[in-house]
Design a protein around this ligand. Sequence first.
Ligand SMILES: NC(=O)N[C@@H](CC(=O)O)C(=O)O
Ligand SMILES: [Zn+2]
Ligand SMILES: [Zn+2]
Length: 434
Amino acid sequence: MASTTDYLITGADVVGSGAADILVRDGRIAEIGTGLDVPSGIERVDADGLVALPGLVDLHTHLREPGREDAETIRTGSAAAAAGGFTAVFAMANTNPVTDTAEAAERIAELGERVGLVDVHPVGAVTKSLAGEELAELGLMARSRAQVRVFSDDGKCVHDARLMRRALEYVKAFDGVVTQHAQDPLLADGSACCHEGEVSGRLGLPGWPGVAEEVIVARDVMLARHTGSRVHIAHASTAGTVEVLRWAKSLGIDVTAEVTPHHLMLETDLLAGYDPVFKVNPPLRPAEDIEAVREALADGTIDAVATDHAPHARHDKEHAFADAAFGMLGLEQALAVLHTTMVEPGRMTWAQVAEATSARPARIARLTSQGGGLVAGAPANITLFDPAVTNVVDREESKSLSRNNPWHGHTLKGAVAATFLRGRRTFANGEVHQ
Ligand SMILES: NC(=O)N[C@@H](CC(=O)O)C(=O)O
Ligand SMILES: [Zn+2]
Ligand SMILES: [Zn+2]
């Protein structure tokens, strides 16, 4: 365990107040202001030129434990999260065994607690074994010590409309939310691996049309309206999805959505070299879609940024493109990507970034322990970001066990300088502090 030192963080641009200093005592923000005194016995953290954000909350992380500890463990995934400025992550249910029981959910929460680098909240499966046939123990998971509120078959779409309707009805009882991996399995089957369009034709890769996502989003917002329940759209990736979300929200339908760092920045064209690192579900999209999701994030139509951090072992990724596993890393570069694509070009303020990465994801998950922002009295979950450095990403520097990092060799502006979880410094100077 890291020590419970008290800190005075000085000279930062503190999101929300614009003030300079944050006094951290006993795990809480004791005071925010300018020119605060350094009480004795307190470590001073010089944050001159850094931005102070509330700890990031990731609604969509794959930690792979149990079952694929060769790709990631709760420990290594938590380390990558801390290095990325996260203080809470939601661990997707597509592990082996699947998180579809109260015991499985409690076990993940416990392992996360034991590591202690980030709060690990299990996502519960919607259907048993993600098989799409019968509902999992949603109520038992909700009432368990893990207090599951987010349910998803992510990796698979809940394709049966009747099951989706029942899941939405069920989670209403405890104010839960169903996160949908929107992929109509007939319009985009398991072999579909490249955005359907000019590039898929040229490369001879099976196409994954945007409409396979959009029809499910359209259906599910109608089911949310019908049931009066909450649906959340995972990894929204197309302009058509944005149109549906905008329309549904204008009607007051309780729908929220997330976008990944990769769908904010990386284009379909990257597939031209057939490098499987760029193989992901949903696929990388063309420039028009990227522009649409950027605009939607900036105007709040897309509520949150979520990483869909999806580590894969080399022997699952290093295949011909068509045979490689879907998914890419995301935790460690998420904030730098947001800075590069949205903040630097003047499309989002840091306050908006804090909404999209902390306050809104916490609200969507009904997480009350985080997401409250940087205010006196709140738990000291703080991320310090240095916007001035320019980084060429090196996948070998990752805290993740896996190396399927799509940003490898890319130049990103800015880097996480330090992360504090309830006043404990979990990451600083490139090192994770257990
Ligand atoms: N995104 C991916 O391409 N893969 C994810 C599953 C998912 O998020 O759909 C994985 O578990 O590897
Ligand atoms: Zn998914
Ligand atoms: Zn996922």
